[in-house]
Structure formats: C-alpha cells, structure tokens
Design a protein around this ligand. Structure first.
Ligand SMILES: Cc1cc2nc3c(=O)[nH]c(=O)nc-3n(C[C@H](O)[C@H](O)[C@H](O)COP(=O)(O)OP(=O)(O)OC[C@H]3O[C@@H](n4cnc5c(N)ncnc54)[C@H](O)[C@@H]3O)c2cc1C
Ligand SMILES: O=C(O)[C@@H]1CCCC=N1
Length: 406
C-alpha cells in the first residue's frame, strides 16, 4: 500500500439534517475515555465551546480507561516518552490541585530484566541520560529493599523512584467534572453513526446531529470503526487483556500503604517476560499482576474472546517470584488494548481534512500520558504547532500498511 488517498463520495457531502442542533461548536470530541476527556478539558480551558460524545452511559467498563489503577512512570526505553512525562507529572498535579483530589500515589516502579539485555539497558540508559531519579539494586541488597520478591538469576533491578499509581476511575471522573465546570457539554449514551467532513464538520449520533469547526476522534478500540467514516484505516489490533488479581497469603505483604512498588519486566525473547504489576490497593489483599499480550477481539464482542493462555504463564511467574501470593488468580476482569505495530501512539490530522484530528493506538501504556495527549490533540485541532515533536506518532510511518478506503 502506498500514499494515503482520500476521495470523498457524494453521499458524504449531504449530511442528514434530522434533529440538527442549532448550536455550532468549536470542537466535537468523540469518545470519553482518558484521551478524549483530557482533550475536551484542554479545549474548554482554552475557552472553546466543546461537545464530548460517548456511546455508553458514563462511567462504563467497556473500553480501555476503566478500573481503579494505572502505573505512572518515567522509566521508558525511548527518550521521547521519558521527556513528555516531565510536563505530564506537572499537569497531573495541577489537576489534583484544581479539583482538590488525590490522583497519584508514589510507590516507585521496580524494573527487572536480564542485566545485559538490550531492553534492560535501554531503560537504564534512558533514565540516566534524562536524570530520572533512580536506585540500582544489586542481587545482594535486593531483598533488603524489596522483600517477598525473588529476583531471577542474571536479572538486573532498578527503581524509578517517582513512579507510582494513578487512580484511574477517579481521574476520569475528575477531568470530566472539570470540563463541565468550564462549560463543556458531555452527551453520553450517544453513539456516533456518521461523520461528514468539510470546513464545518457534521457528526450524526443515535440521538441527533451536531456541527463543529473541528473534530477530534479518540475512540480507543473503536478507532478504525470511526475512521472508516472518513476514509481511513490504521494498522491497529485490538486485544482483550485479562486483568488478574492474586491473593496475599499474609494480608498487607504487597500493600500500596507499605509503598510496595509497581513493577515491570523488560522485554526479551521469552514469553514470560511481558508481565507487570501493581501493589494491592483496590481490592484489599489482592495484587494486580497482568500479562501484556491478549487475544485479538472486536470491541463490540469483547466477551466472546475467552483466551486464557496467559494465566498459566502468570501462575508460573507468581509461584517463582512472588512467594507471598497464592498462584491462582482470585479475580479476573477485562480491559482492551489498541496496538500499533511499533507500540507508539497515533497523534495526527486527517491527510485531507486538517480540521479532523485523531488520537489512537495507545498500545496499553497511554493512561499516564492523558494530560499531555489532551494538550497535543487540542493544539492539533486548533491548527497550532504542537508542543512536542510528533514525528514518532504520525501516520506517515505506516505508509505501506495504512489502508485508505472510499
Ligand atoms: C489492563 C490494562 C492495563 C493498563 N495499564 C496501564 C498503565 O499501567 N499505565 C498506563 O499509562 N496505561 C495503561 N493502560 C493503557 C491505558 O489505559 C489506555 O491507553 C487508555 O485508557 C486509552 O484510552 P482511550 O481514551 O484511547 O480509549 P477508551 O478508554 O477506550 O476510550 C474510548 C471511548 O470512545 C468511546 N466510543 C467509541 N466509539 C464511539 C462512538 N461511535 N460514539 C461515541 N463514543 C464512542 C468508547 O465507548 C470509549 O469510552 C492499560 C490498559 C489496560 C487495558
Ligand atoms: O504503561 C504502563 O506503565 C503499564 C506497564 C507496562 C505494560 C503496560 N502498561
């Protein structure tokens, strides 16, 4: 597949005007997950008349942003993520102050991986280069700092000191509330069914028709279903993730209150390396430990995907490295990832309609970036130069596997 091509069909230029709202918005945002909610909030902060549309009744558990906790960290393999997190931490605490709520709890993040492997060294070097506060643990002092975890033979370990837990559900409620306080309008239980591009974009939903100068699409796992209306298809794969919680043999052993850290294993060839976890928090006595790869799914039929092949891998890991946990998941919940081929986000404008922008493919690590994604999508939708270099996130990197239909 070569260049992006866009040829509007005549049907698209004739919006259905039944139930047309007389209000013209500055911007419509589709999808009230973390990315759409922060984008709407940023737009409202800039005094833009903004409408946030959501297909489900809020709050809901059918996308990617639900659940009580997410990891926040600066530890990354790539400089550009580590550097974006600088401002992102500031924006999270600004939101906490504005709304008078706590959204972040510092626990640290333990990074473990074969000491001389490419991935482990990338984390270590990126953190050193960017002066991220960290502590390197040796096999000798590891258990003194991190009791009740077994460091695998040959593994290195470091701690990203300022990493921690974000309270996800609370964050979503907070940012949506602040958006409304700024005069923003949220319409939930309104599924977008059609989009008509133009200098004024027309958006049809299950309940009405709305118009705006610009449109932002942040539809999570449904991104390609929405983008199909404007002739774009991205190389995205939606996966269902089994969110597993494991019971402590002695309650409190791995508790957030004791500052037990979040952790992740760096990547490697072995299948049992795609594992990460958070301290016990939302369900007292239960630690969240998940596998970073799931079975492919259609977001409208998530629960038909029943692959549990990851559970065996997790059980072996828990039995080997977390002696204080019962190696049988006590609770299994569901969430979805939307993956790009390189696991980097998509932040871009439509190649033919510069007033339609989209954020997609957050590849299972986008929550912590919500405030900065919101700022960047807001800037793109206003036609401004974005605050960060977006080249790692542009769709032109997919040329060769970006389908353009219509
Ligand atoms: C198990 C799990 C663990 C994770 N852990 C971390 C972590 O520790 N740290 C981290 O930073 N990130 C983490 N992530 C990733 C992070 O949660 C996601 O990247 C982020 O939530 C994606 O948000 P989103 O707004 O793009 O998508 P969503 O939250 O899915 O939002 C999209 C919204 O669009 C709506 N929508 C779709 N189609 C339509 C339509 N036609 N009309 C109206 N509305 C529509 C959907 O209903 C949905 O509400 C994790 C994800 C999962 C699943
Ligand atoms: O984004 C994160 O921090 C987590 C942990 C690693 C895998 C995915 N999400």
């Amino acid at each position: 597949m070569g260049e992006l091509i866009f040829q509007p069909s005549p049907r698209e230029l004739v919006p259905n005007t039944n139930n047309m709202s007389s209000v013209e918005y500055d911007c419509i945002v589709i999808g009230a997950g973390v990315q759409g909610s922060f984008t709407a909030y940023q737009l409202a902060k800039r005094n833009k008349k903004t409408l946030l549309l959501e297909q489900f009744v809020l709050p809901h558990t059918r996308g990617s942003s639900h659940g009580q906790t997410r990891i926040i960290r600066k530890a990354y393999e790539q400089d550009f993520y580590t550097q974006m997190m600088d401002e992102c931490y500031k924006l999270w605490s600004q939101l906490e102050r504005e709304a008078g709520v706590t959204l972040y709890r510092q626990t640290g993040l333990l990074v473990m991986g074969p000491e001389h492997s490419d991935s482990y060294l990338l984390y270590k070097n990126t953190m050193e280069r960017n002066n991220v506060p960290m502590v390197i643990l040796t096999p000798e002092n590891f258990s003194q700092h991190i009791p009740n975890v077994i460091l695998a033979e040959g593994d290195g370990a470091l701690v990203d000191i300022n990493a921690g837990v974000l309270y996800a559900d609370r964050a979503l409620k907070t940012v949506q509330g602040q958006f409304q306080k700024l005069g923003g309008v949220i319409r939930d239980k309104e599924k977008v069914t059609d989009i008509t591009p133009g200098p004024v974009v027309t958006v049809s939903t299950s309940a009405g028709v709305y118009r705006a100068k610009s449109l932002v699409i942040t539809a999570g796992p449904w991104a390609n279903k929405l983008l199909a209306h404007i002739g774009l298809q991205l190389p995205l794969e939606v996966q269902k993730i089994n969110v597993c919680y494991w019971k402590e043999k002695v309650p409190g052993t791995y508790d957030v209150k004791k500052r037990f850290p979040c952790f992740l294993l760096t990547e490697g060839e072995e299948s049992d390396r795609h594992i990460y976890g958070l301290p016990s928090n939302e369900y007292p006595g239960l630690v969240k430990i998940c596998y970073h790869i799931g079975g492919e799914t259609d977001p409208d039929h998530r629960d038909k995907q029943t692959d549990r092949s990851d559970i065996g891998i997790l059980q072996r890991f828990v039995a080997r490295c977390f002696p204080g946990l019962i190696p049988e998941p006590a609770v299994v919940e569901s969430c979805m990832y939307t993956l790009t081929p390189d696991s980097h986000f998509v932040l871009d404008c439509h190649p033919a309609y510069s007033n339609i922008v989209f954020g997609a493919g957050f590849s299972g690590h986008g929550f912590k970036f919500g405030p900065i994604i919101g700022k960047l999508l807001c800037e793109l939708s206003l036609g401004e130069v974005p605050s960060y270099d977006l080249s790692p996130f542009r769709i032109r990197r997919f040329q060769g596997n970006t389908k353009s239909a219509l």
